[in-house]
Design a protein around this ligand. Structure first.
Ligand code: NOJ
Length: 561
């Protein structure tokens, strides 16, 4: 396995709309990010992943791009982007852009032309099909509720949109589309950016037969995902992209891939296949899903979480590379989901950070995770902005007749706005995010959870994350060591080792609010030196690792002696 800078890095995701507003319009912007570069440098991260900053009508907060080579007005100008890139580079911070090329906005010039007539040369840039007996071409459901096909009166055909109807899918079978995308990618790379996070990139190759999907119980539409996830030409397209663009630069690439398995993940990331550096899989994010998909509130089991994460660790041990994440702009806050956001908020946030960052792979931190930011529970649907939540609410309340209270509870636990409430910088009004009216409400807990306080407190989650990041820089075992799961059947402790040559690190994480005993017979005659811990007091167990008593939500990393 070769050594690469992106294997040794920690990535920090910025959701620009919610990060820092410099001009009082209530929306985060590029100058706002520039103001906070020193904060990010202090945290110690290496790479910033910027969620989309391109010109967009914002149906899906920038994941609907109108012009790939322009900056969204609300975020600033291209000159300001260039300044951001330069100032980040001066601090040794790299910038990875979000590449959204499964679809564009319906306001993108390509789509406007494509829609204008059946004979337009750009018609074939998107996926147009005739209906069948007044019905859409297939029964596929959109990820944002309703049919995945939209009828166009003027040309009497339907276009495919796996996401909202303002996000038509590009037709990757058309080689002109591919060439235009590669051109655009090269244009950004020539500016000096350091890589791409690729939005739902495993959706770009569709099954040309366009079969109907299975209709699951209680559902109106069919599940089209087997026909567009990891489709027939996906590896060919990504290999071509690699040859035309990626391989010409020393960059980080990460493909967002719902539905990807470890076996597929290996194919996408094995070095000799020349596709991507790593992928984001969703298996651990689905651990608490169910019959309503992500909206089910079924609870979750630690043994399931461990089984999934360790399967990815083992499968990609020899070939390929893992990404590691708990959070992003689409997921609820991890401390509310897998930790305890009340009594043990800081302790469990540190534990979760340890558990993730000590695994093998490139860790990602989502803005506010380093403060232990939590989910929010707005009372009414009117206070929410995310179209996925709004569409789901509308469908479940108005079509299925679900109780409003139940639907709100699902949004409180799983809605994407949990991640999108403004970054909590200080105790000041609107958490110091803006002097205006924030585009989405601030979490009312900002007076106790904010960056200003965290920076002053040496025991804060922020300073713990800082240590986690530093440790990775001084310890190759954390980057390149082999992973082995221990205590596989425990529902309370996540334990594993990392081994690199003669060095062995033992990672113990208590996922409960009660004391737990870790019985590690294999370490009977070993003592351990504490490398990192979220305990306040010394570890009595360090002299003999056979029986270690863990405090509630404790995480400790031992170097085995
Ligand atoms: C995945 C992105 O992370 C999400 O925010 C977006 O809505 C969809 N892809 C569609 O672009």
């Amino acid at each position: 396995m070769t050594k690469q800078w992106w294997k040794e890095s920690v990535v920090y995701q910025i959701y620009p709309r919610s990060f820092n507003d410099s001009n009082g319009d209530g929306i985060g912007d590029l100058p706002g990010i520039i103001e906070k570069l020193d904060y990010l440098a202090e945290l110690g991260i290496d790479v910033i992943w910027l969620s989309p900053v391109y010109d967009s009508p914002n149906d899906d907060n920038g994941y609907d791009i109108r012009d790939y080579r322009a900056i969204m007005d609300e975020f600033g100008t291209m000159e300001e982007f260039d300044q951001l890139l330069q100032q980040a580079h001066e601090r040794n911070l790299k910038i990875v852009m979000d590449l959204v090329v499964n679809h564009t906005s319906d306001e993108h010039a390509w789509f406007v032309e494509s829609k204008s007539s059946k004979d337009h040369p750009k018609r074939d840039y998107y996926i147009w099909k005739k209906g069948q007996n007044g019905e859409p071409p297939t029964n596929w459901e959109s990820a944002f509720s309703g049919s995945a096909w939209q009828y166009d009166e003027a040309t009497e055909e339907y276009f495919l949109h796996i996401f909202s109807k303002k996000q038509p899918d590009l037709n990757w079978e058309n080689e002109d589309v591919r060439a235009d995308v590669y051109d655009m990618m090269n244009w950004w790379l020539d500016k000096g950016i350091d890589g791409f996070r690729m939005d739902v990139i495993n959706f770009i190759s569709k099954d040309p037969a366009y079969p109907n999907g299975e209709v699951h119980e209680g559902k109106q539409y069919g599940d089209g995902s087997p026909y567009f996830m990891n489709g027939p030409r996906i590896h060919e397209f990504l290999h071509e992209m690699n040859q035309e663009v990626l391989s010409k630069h020393d960059i980080l690439t990460v493909g967002e891939m719902p539905g990807v398995t470890p076996e597929e993940g290996k194919l996408y990331t094995a070095e000799d296949r020349n596709e991507l550096s790593m992928v984001f899989h969703f298996e651990h994010m689905d651990v608490d899903g169910g019959e309503l998909g992500k909206w089910s509130l079924n609870g979750w089991k630690l043994t399931d979480l461990k089984r999934i994460l360790s399967k990815w660790q083992y499968e990609l041990e020899e070939e390929g590379w893992n990404s590691l994440y708990w959070n992003n702009h689409d997921q609820p806050r991890v401390v509310s989901r897998f930790g305890n956001d009340q009594e043990y908020r800081e302790k469990s946030a540190k534990m979760l950070g340890t558990c993730l960052h000590m695994m093998k792979g490139t860790p990602y931190i989502y803005q506010g995770e380093e403060l232990g930011m939590t989910n929010v529970a707005f009372e009414t649907i009117e206070e929410y902005e995310d179209l996925e939540s709004l569409n789901m609410y509308d469908e479940r309340v108005h079509q299925y007749g679900d109780a409003v209270q139940d639907v709100m509870e699902r949004i409180h636990h799983k809605g994407r706005d949990n991640a999108r409430t403004p970054m909590q910088w200080s105790k000041e009004k609107h958490a110091g995010f803006t002097t205006g009216r924030p585009w989405l409400g601030v979490n009312p807990n900002y007076k106790t959870i904010n960056a200003e306080d965290a920076l002053k407190n040496p025991d804060s989650v922020f300073h713990y994350y800082q240590q986690l990041i530093q440790l990775r820089k001084s310890n190759e075992t954390i980057v390149y060591g082999k992973f082995d799961l221990l205590l596989q059947d425990s529902e309370t402790i996540f334990a594993y080792t990392r081994t690199y040559g003669d060095d062995v690190l033992l990672v113990l994480c208590n996922f409960t609010g009660e004391e737990q005993k870790a019985k590690l017979g294999a370490f009977q005659n070993h003592s351990g030196e504490v490398v990192l811990t979220n305990r306040e007091e010394e570890h009595a167990g360090s002299s003999n690792l056979a029986n270690v008593i863990l405090e509630p939500f404790e995480a400790t990393v031992f170097a085995i002696k």
